[in-house]
Design a protein around this ligand. Sequence first.
Ligand code: FES
Length: 304
Amino acid sequence: MSTNGPDTPHTPGPSIWPIGFAIGVAFLLLGLVISWWIALIGAVLAVVFGLLWARDVTREVRGEVPEIAPERRASAAALEGPEEPLPAYTRSGFLEVSLIGLSAVLGGALTLPVLGFMVLPSFTDVEEDEVDLGPLENFPEGEYVIATYLSNPSQGEVSRRTVFVRSNGFAESGLPSYTILYSRCVHLGCPVQPNGPIDEEGITRIGDVELRPVLAQSFGCPCHGGQYNSEGNRTAGPPVRSMDRYTFSIRNNRLILNELYAVGNVTGTGANATIHRYPWSVPGTHVDGISAWLYPIVPTQVTG
Ligand code: FES
């Protein structure tokens, strides 16, 4: 027996949109802890299901009524008697729409800035021009040279950077091999120093570039005691990954610095090293292993 009669108002059937909306929000919150792309999927789900839910709820207000078969419409009309004008919208409908709208505004205000902070760094990674470090003969095989240069000559000395360059001879492939470590500590960004004496007599200057040979088999950070070995692997202290490195190219027998990248860890040494390479990210960011999942979000502390 049907329970719907003349005195029983028709109510819409159950909808899955609120469930989808809730799942989207759950993914969004989970993603804020685990990974930005899970948060992005959650945000998309929440927006799509939220809109579908809002469309359902506001159907009556917008004057959209479901199609009713002619015979059902006739029998319903016979049961209902003379038509009474319907209100444009009910109070509960108005409150429901207002609540959804307010939730959407508050949700957007809270999540968009967070998503922005998580996603934007991917598009604002350090972009820099090539740097010419000078003739290859200034980099003797097997020895580190401290090279400093202006990363942005228009800003002057404040943009001076330091890299540690070591020629490794030739790799098995026959290509020249260079280890180029960036001096910025991957803990919190302090300047890492070579653990060894600098040959002050052997300083070479080529334009804005200064080269200082150094007898170093390891590197240390003065701020919190971070230590790295000759390949830039962390050996002690709080740094969370190996030292960042630069790619290089050789043009007209000169060494050119190219792109900065992050390193999870290096196995082997010199020309035979296997470098676990990742896109560059700010100091303090884990780039591989379980830690990269447990600690995925680190506020920007330096910009390279
Ligand atoms: S900044 Fe280098 S160890 Fe902390």
